[in-house]
Design a protein around this ligand. Sequence first.
Ligand SMILES: *Cc1c(COP(=O)(O)O)cnc(C)c1O
Length: 397
Amino acid sequence: MPGFELFGDEERLEVKDVLDNGVLMRYGFDGMRNGHWKAKELEAALQNKLQVKHAQLVSSGTAAVSVALASAGVGAGDEVIMPTFTFVASFEAIMMLGAIPVLVDIDDSLTLDPKKVEEAITSNTKAVMPVHMCGSMARLDELVEICKNHNLVLIEDSSQATGATYKGKPLGSIGDLGCLSLDFVKIITAGEGGAILTNNEKYYINADHYSDHGHDHKGNDRGAETHPFLGYNFRISELHAAVGLAQLRRLDEFVAIQKKNFTIIRDALSTIPEVEFRTVPEGGVESYSFLNFFLADLDCARRVIEAFKENGVDGCWNYYDNNWHYIRKWEHLKDIKTLYPISQEVKDGLAYLKTKSFDQSDHYIGRNISCLIKLSWTEVEVRARADKMKALILKSI
Ligand SMILES: *Cc1c(COP(=O)(O)O)cnc(C)c1O
């Protein structure tokens, strides 16, 4: 997946542009910048590529989620439904606003189970946030329907699946808001960065102002701008946007390389009857960033991972014991280990995590193996890797 694997002259040229005129900030300094507006240019390119009316760049994917939630008016005491399998960023972004993360089981798509989402809705629920994990997507039709019926905001986190589509639409363009990350290990990178995508004008204006201290961005004198509401600083820099701009132009190329490598490995493993691939919702086309499959049980998955490690097959994980991506090892969340006091409302809201078990998620994550698909492999390397993986799985199961 990581776009940094193919970092090159195009990225260097864009950065050089910014360094040559010296305006590292995305707003203001109109005279000095000689027409260079990398962040604005990248936003326009994202709108075009991901088929949304508005894109707002921010400093990280985590910031994108917080800003998206804030833009839709989600805050203190509101419940936000999110999956048990994601990155810690999901609950961090929710809690930053004083809102309460409500964790819900995943299914064989490795994303939110719509039935479990429906069961988790209360009078305090404000938003549902599917996370399109490992290159594929949540069951978006069902989630759109649930959100419509219950008047909830649908926020897609497509950080790990930029470039994937559902029924012909890019991920991130289907919900009320979409979020993506441009951090260093994502399919396209800006070094650090993220974006909020939306077709909703009000949410966009909110995101635009909120991510820059509440600036209304009217006129060309920053100091004279007004502040219609309180904001914060989640700005991206021109240097980061410049890298992102060059990388976005290569998104199709990256997806095509991933598809080729993914297909070689998938074809090899599909000859093993015990290997069951993750479900991709009908109408979905993956970004091919990861190949995910299930084995019989946790022990079997652990044996295969061990065999991969011993034999130099890197970039494959079983997430059951992972510290960053799965609920089981999030003791810091369950024990609410914050640096600073947080509201009683959030403490009470998180109390369920002390006792709740997520058997259905354990069932899928325990049996799952997730393999990163790299951009820099040669075809010879991918074929050798596929053969080795197949032999090791057959030997270990
Ligand atoms: C990477 C990632 C994020 C956060 O992105 P940062 O840019 O690193 O803050 C959020 N959600 C998911 C699913 C991610 O993989």
